[in-house]
Design a protein around this ligand. Structure first.
Ligand code: FAD
Length: 349
């Protein structure tokens, strides 16, 4: 029994990046906690390309163990399908791509030892300090919500604040020019098409966009690929999910409840990358619960995490204001930046 007659010091709902990071912080602090997840296995199904900025990975303490990294990103190219581009070779890694399943298993077993996780356990309701699952009722001093986008426990987002995302791992040879290529196109409003390195014989080709029209992402990706034969290849694996794409929430703590990751839109709007935000918010919430003061998490959110997310949100708003026209104009401007500034701006995002 934990302090104050609760079963646990903390219950974490969700064993994705945010929930696992919270668990790591709680485990390191020697707290009594449990992570509950409805799915069968950590890191499956794959729900992310796994690309992250190396500068931020190091800054917030995400893992860099070689066994979980499929490729490094040394060079990137941003393009429009109307022929504009801005391409950079940094001569050293500025990002990396995780093997998503190995990465989440690493979080669950290696960063702080084996975490206390109960899989195949769906949380059906939360009232105050009581969490009901499909099997039992548990209590905790603090509840950390890390249940992902569009969870019944989080804010509902409309089609102007969420991207649909779809990715195919395709049989394609590794590129020798860029490990990360993003294409902006009217076919992907608010988002882009991507081509990421995976293995010597496979690449990850995907698309994300606001579901303003009811087009299916798979069909839109197919249409885009018709124009660019270099992206055509047999599909080995695919996945689809949603990505919140809006300003970060203001309030992430409500009494003994803390909200993290995609649930609070901790997603970098420019790249639609949410792994770093999930890791950072999960860690901060776990540390605050371990310290017995949820408001420590709100403070970190207000002072450190929100300004970073807002920067990306504002750039995204500007970039996509008039569709591909504004993206093209911004690329033309970026092209005349001196290389040193380009490297600083794009390498540190
Ligand atoms: C196609 C695609 C590609 C992406 N690529 C990148 C990328 O390259 N880089 C990047 O940084 N980000 C990327 N993202 C975004 C990133 O994957 C997410 O932002 C991140 O995984 C969110 O983590 P999370 O822990 O908040 O949520 P999740 O990973 O969604 O975890 C939530 C967990 O909660 C569990 N859960 C939900 N409800 C319940 C319940 N009632 N009871 C029990 N368990 C529950 C779920 O089973 C799930 O395991 C991508 C997203 C998509 C869709």
């Amino acid at each position: 029994m934990a302090e104050n007659n609760f079963d646990y010091d903390a219950i974490v709902i969700g064993a994705g990046t945010a929930g696992l990071s919270a668990g790591i912080a709680l485990q390191k602090a020697g707290k009594r906690y449990v992570i509950l997840d409805k799915k069968d296995e950590i890191g499956l199904p794959v729900r992310s390309t796994g690309a992250v900025s190396l500068e931020w990975v190091k800054r917030i303490g995400m893992p860099t163990d070689p066994s979980i990294i499929t490729s490094n990103i040394n060079a990137l190219s941003l393009r429009t399908d109307t022929g504009k581009d801005i391409s950079m070779d940094f001569g050293k890694p500025i990002g990396l791509v995780y093997d998503f399943t190995k990465y989440e298993k690493f979080l669950s077993e290696k960063m702080a030892g084996k975490l206390n996780i109960r899989m195949k356990t769906r949380v059906t309701s939360v009232q105050g300090n009581t969490v009901k699952t499909d099997a039992e009722e548990l209590t905790a001093r603090y509840i950390i919500f890390a249940a992902g986008p569009q969870s019944v426990f989080g804010e509902k987002l409309d089609r102007h604040n969420i991207l649909v995302a779809y990715e195919e791992t395709r049989q394609l040879p590794a590129r020798h020019d860029y490990q990360m290529v993003l294409w902006y196109s009217e076919l992907a409003p608010g988002g882009y098409v991507w081509d990421f390195a995976d293995s010597p014989t496979t690449r990850k080709i995907g698309i994300c966009f606001y579901p303003i029209e009811s087009a299916q992402p798979k069909a839109v990706l197919e249409k885009f690929t018709e124009k660019f034969p270099e992206l055509r290849g047999n599909m080995i694996h695919n996945m689809a999910h949603q990505i919140p794409l809006s300003a970060p929430l203001q309030k992430v703590v409500d009494g003994d409840h803390m909200y993290t990751g995609d649930m609070v839109n901790a997603v970098l709007n420019t790249t639609a990358g949410g792994l770093q935000g999930a890791f950072w918010t999960g860690t901060a919430a776990g540390e605050a619960a371990a310290a017995g003061d949820p408001m420590l998490y709100q403070k970190k959110w207000d002072e450190e995490i929100t300004p970073w997310l807002l920067k990306h949100h504002r750039i995204h708003q500007k970039m996509h204001r008039n569709g591909i026209k504004t993206v093209s104009r911004m690329m033309t401007l970026a092209k005349i930046m001196p290389m040193a500034i380009k490297k600083r701006v794009f390498g540190g995002l």
